[in-house]
Design a protein around this ligand. Structure first.
Ligand SMILES: Cc1cc2nc3c(=O)[nH]c(=O)nc-3n(C[C@H](O)[C@H](O)[C@H](O)COP(=O)(O)OP(=O)(O)OC[C@H]3O[C@@H](n4cnc5c(N)ncnc54)[C@H](O)[C@@H]3O)c2cc1C
Length: 469
C-alpha cells in the first residue's frame, strides 16, 4: 500500500508529493491532463515556435516561496530570468510608475509627494522579509510565529482594505499601481485584508523580483516532477479521478482540487457548500511580430505590465466583474511579456505576450475587442503586431483545468475572511471530514498563486498523521 496518493499535479500537488517523498514516504500523483503543471505549464497555443504560458508566467511568489527555496530545483533545470524591471504601470500620457527591485527607484516613480510615504510603508518590513513571508504563508498559525512583532505590524498595515492603505498616497501613480497589485488576486479594493495583498507583491519585488522561468513556467513544474521521480515518487498523467475507487489503496489522499470536486469525489455532501467562487478572467495569448509598442519606455523593460489609467478605472473594472455581474468596458489588464528576457520563447525577432481582464463568474462573452482597445491606449499600433491569438474565457479556462470553476483562477473568491481563511473557518484548513483525506490546492491558505506553500503546509498535516498511524 502506498503512503500517500496526490490528486492533481499543479504546483501545490507536486510540492506536497515532493515534501512527502523527501521524508521517505511512498507517493504517487494522478493528473487529469497529459502533462504536469496545472497553472504552471507552457504550450504552443498559437503558432509553431511560440511557447506560451496558458496560466501563470510571472513568479514573485514562487521565487520568494520558502517551500521552493528549500528544494534543489535549479539542479533540475529551473532558471529564473529577471527583466530590467519586475513591473511597470504605464499611464495614457506616456509616463509610468514602476515596481523596481530598488525601493528608491520605485518611490521616485511615484513623484515627490508620495516617495516618502512609500518608503515608510515598505522599508520596516524588508530586513525581516524572510521570517515574515514564512509566518504569513503559514496562516492560520498552528505553531508560534517566528517573528510575532513583525507579523502583528504587518497585520495592522495590511488587514484593513487596500482603499485605506492607498490613502497614504496623494497622487495617482502610487494609488493606481497599488490598486493594480490588489487586482492580481481578483480582490475588490475595499475588501478585508486587501492591503496585505498589495504589500506582499510590492515587498516580493524588492526582496527577490518578479522573475520568469527560462523556457516558460513548465520549467518549474518539470523540475518538481523530476525531483519527485528521483525521490522514488510516481507520476501518472491523463488520469482524471472521478471517484475514490479510481485510486490505489493508500494511507493518505491529498487533493490539489477545488473543494467542490473533492466533496463530489469523496462523498462529503454539503461540507464545503458555504465555499464561494469569485469572478472569472478572459485571457488572450498573443504571438507578435515584434515587441509590444508601449509608449512608456519603462513598460518596454518590464516582465509584467499592469494596464489601468487610474485607481478609479481599476476599481470600476474590478467592481463590474465581481459585484455588478457585467464585463467592464475598460478592463483592468495584467499582461506579461516573457520574450523580453527569454529568446527561447519565440522565433527570432518575434514575441509571446499575454493579457487578461476580469469578467463575471461563468461569463460566456468575448472580451477581445475591449482588451485590445485598452492595449491600444498605452501601446498604439499593438494590433498591427498580432500574428495570432488564442482566447480563453471562463468556460475554456474551466475546461483546461477543473480547478478554475467558472473561470475563477483563484479557485475561490479572494474576498472577506475567505481571502485568508479557506476553504472553511478552521485552524486546520488542510483537513477534511475524513481523517485520511486532505486538501492542498489554492483553495487553502495562503491562497492563489504559484508558491507551493499550500502543498507544503498540507504535507506537514499529512506526515504528522502518517507518523501517528
Ligand atoms: C490565466 C492565469 C494567469 C495566472 N497568472 C499567474 C502568475 O502570473 N503568477 C502566479 O503566481 N499565479 C498565476 N496564476 C494562478 C496560478 O496559476 C494558480 O494559483 C496555481 O497554479 C494554483 O496551483 P494549484 O496547485 O493549487 O492548482 P492548479 O495549478 O490549478 O493545479 C491543479 C491540477 O489538478 C488537476 N486536477 C483537477 N481535478 C483533477 C481530478 N479530478 N483528477 C486529476 N487531476 C485533477 C488539474 O488538471 C491541474 O493540473 C494564474 C492563473 C491563470 C489561470
Amino acid at each position: 500500500m502506498l503512503d500517500a496518493v496526490v490528486v492533481g499535479a499543479g504546483p501545490n500537488g507536486l510540492t506536497a508529493a515532493v515534501e512527502l517523498a523527501r521524508r521517505g514516504f511512498s507517493v504517487a500523483v494522478f493528473e487529469a491532463r497529459g502533462t504536469v503543471g496545472g497553472g504552471a505549464r507552457t504550450e504552443e497555443l498559437t503558432l509553431p515556435g511560440f511557447r506560451h504560458d496558458p496560466c501563470a508566467a510571472a513568479h514573485p511568489l514562487a521565487v520568494n516561496s520558502p517551500a521552493f527555496r528549500a528544494l534543489p530545483l535549479e539542479r533540475y533545470g529551473l532558471e529564473w530570468l529577471h527583466a530590467e524591471l519586475p513591473m511597470a504601470h504605464p499611464f495614457p500620457d506616456g509616463t509610468a510608475a514602476v515596481l523596481s527591485r530598488s525601493v528608491g527607484e520605485t518611490a521616485a516613480s511615484f513623484g515627490p509627494r508620495d516617495a516618502g510615504a512609500y518608503r515608510r510603508l515598505v522599508e520596516p518590513f524588508l530586513p525581516r522579509w524572510d521570517r515574515l513571508v514564512r509566518d504569513f504563508m503559514s496562516l492560520p498559525l498552528t505553531a508560534l510565529p517566528r517573528d510575532p512583532v513583525t507579523l502583528a505590524r504587518f497585520g495592522l498595515a495590511g488587514l484593513p482594505p487596500a482603499t485605506l492603505l492607498m490613502r497614504r498616497f496623494r497622487d495617482e501613480p502610487a494609488r493606481a499601481l497599488f490598486a493594480g497589485l490588489v487586482g492580481h488576486v481578483m480582490a475588490p479594493l475595499g475588501g478585508f485584508a486587501t492591503g496585505a495583498v498589495g504589500l506582499v507583491f510590492a515587498l516580493a519585488a524588492h526582496a527577490r523580483g518578479w522573475p520568469l522561468a527560462r523556457g516558460g513556467s513548465q520549467a518549474l513544474s518539470d523540475a518538481l516532477e523530476a525531483h519527485l521521480r528521483d525521490l522514488g515518487g510516481e507520476v501518472h498523467t491523463d488520469y482524471e479521478v472521478k471517484r475514490l475507487d479510481d485510486l490505489p489503496p493508500a494511507r493518505a489522499y491529498v487533493f490539489d482540487t477545488s473543494p467542490t470536486a473533492l466533496a463530489r469525489i469523496a462523498g462529503f455532501g454539503s461540507h464545503y457548500a458555504g465555499y464561494r467562487y469569485g469572478p472569472g478572467v478572459f485571457k488572450i495569448d498573443y504571438a507578435l511580430d515584434g515587441p509590444v509598442p508601449w509608449t512608456a519606455k519603462e513598460a518596454r523593460a518590464a516582465g509584467t505590465v499592469q494596464i489601468g489609467a487610474d485607481s478609479a478605472e481599476i476599481g470600476a473594472a474590478l467592481r463590474a466583474a465581481s459585484r455588478e455581474g457585467r464585463a467592464p468596458d475598460r478592463p483592468f489588464l495584467i499582461t506579461t511579456q516573457p520574450s523580453v528576457v527569454d529568446p527561447t520563447r519565440a522565433p527570432e525577432g518575434k514575441h509571446v505576450f499575454w493579457a487578461y481582464g476580469h469578467v463575471p463568474h461563468g461569463w460566456t462573452g468575448d472580451l477581445t475587442d475591449a482588451v485590445e482597445r485598452q492595449l491600444e491606449r498605452f501601446a498604439p499600433g499593438f494590433r498591427d503586431r498580432v500574428l495570432a491569438r488564442a482566447t480563453a474565457g471562463p468556460p475554456e479556462l474551466a475546461a483546461r483545468n477543473a480547478n478554475y470553476v467558472g473561470g475563477d483562477i483563484a479557485t475561490g473568491a479572494a474576498s472577506g475572511l475567505q481571502l485568508l481563511l479557506r476553504p472553511k473557518l478552521t485552524l486546520f484548513p488542510y483537513h477534511t471530514p475524513h481523517p485520511a483525506i486532505f486538501i492542498c490546492s489554492s483553495a487553502t491558505p495562503p491562497g492563489p498563486g504559484v508558491h507551493g506553500m499550500s502543498g507544503h503546509n498540507a504535507a506537514k498535516a499529512v506526515w504528522k498523521r502518517l507518523r501517528q498511524t
